[in-house]
Design a protein around this ligand. Sequence first.
Ligand SMILES: [Fe+2]
Ligand SMILES: [Fe+2]
Length: 142
Amino acid sequence: MTLIQWDDDRYSTNIDRFDEQHQRLFELLNDLHQAMEEGRAQEEVGDTLRELERYTEYHFGDEEEFMQGCGYAQDCSECFRDHQEMHENFATKVSELREQHENGEYITMDVLQFARDWLDAHIAGDDQDQGYGEYYQQQADD
Ligand SMILES: [Fe+2]
Ligand SMILES: [Fe+2]
C-alpha cells in the first residue's frame, strides 16, 4: 500500500528540482512503510531510515539555499525563519526516529502517518514550499 502518492496538482512547486526531491522523499517514506508493513528485516528498515534522514537534511539545505538565492528569504525574512524552523523540527523528529530504531525501539505506524501528514501540509502549503515556488514564478514573470 502506498502511504503518500505524488499528485502534480496538489504538490507541484513548478520547480523541477524540488518536485523531484519531494518525489524522492515520498518514495523513501513509502519504502519505509512497506518494509514495516511486510515485517521486513530490521536492517532494511534501518537503512531506509538512515537514507530518509540524510535526504531530508540534503533537501532542506537545498531549499533554504534556494530561498536565499532567489530573494524570497530577504523579501520575507519572517517566512524564511518560520520555514527554517519547520525544517529543523521535522529533521529532528526523523533523527530521533532513526535513533529510536537503532536502540531497538519499535516504530509505530502513527509516526509514519505523522511524517506523511507533515510532508503533505508542508509541500502543499501556500506559506510553505509552494510559497517559495509562487514567489519564484512571479519573479520569472516580471
Ligand atoms: Fe520541501
Ligand atoms: Fe520546505
